[in-house]
Unconditional design. Sequence first.
Length: 284
Amino acid sequence: MMQTELSAIVTYNPIAISGESTLGELVEVLGNADYHHWPVVDDQRHLIGMLSISDLVRTLEAGANAIAASEDRRDERREAIRTQAVREVMSPRVLSIQQNESPVTALRTLLEYGIHSVPVLTDRYLTALATTSDFLREFSYGESLAACTAVSEAMQSPCEPLDSDASLDDAAMLMHLTQADAIPVVRGDLPLGVVSRRDLGVLKLQQTLHDLFGEQLPAERAASILALAASAPTIRPGERLSSAANLMIEHRRQAIAVVNQAGRLLGVVTEEMVLRAMLDAMCS
């Protein structure tokens, strides 16, 4: 793995959207791919910005609040949101790397800036995306000493748990107060699983779309914190970090609960922990 080129890790020809596309057009295809960020390009596929779930939620929530505050012109306001151009919502200042950069540079960029995707360019032309999922997948192959590390050596103690009946706002507030990237969810004394910031973002987007347009993301996606936590995988403390990475890829999660044989919650292992172990191994 240490000699792997960046070209062997990244996702080529990623789904990109035009800056002139509308939010309505984007909403129609949201459920067709498991993406949380979209590169925005011009007609020559030059990178001009990035659009994230956070960008969408912020814009759609503002629209929903404006509609809720006024009984008249609701349809007109909804249509204005649908026809808003992506370039008006995207983040125009984007970190990027060139295709000849090393995997170490790409992974360090992701971790240093706390992002999950960095565009890979050939000059200004969008070639690929280097994502945290790409690196997790590479780590899951178990070809480094770090991959053999026991989960117990990397996990962190769980923060205050969240009740499974809590609202998304309750979850967001607890995550803010604890400064945690992932929160264990319990039902009574029974730990169900862990939800991450990205999980909450997906649920918040789904809720906001429903409030605005009566549209939801695909039915197979979790519709509540309870459903999300109950479907989450768990891992034993003696298992390898590569197994944790594999579970994160398989279940599309950023964090996993670490439990003992009796099901008692011992800690949490996150995507960031796994990737920092990977970076340390790559630099050693």
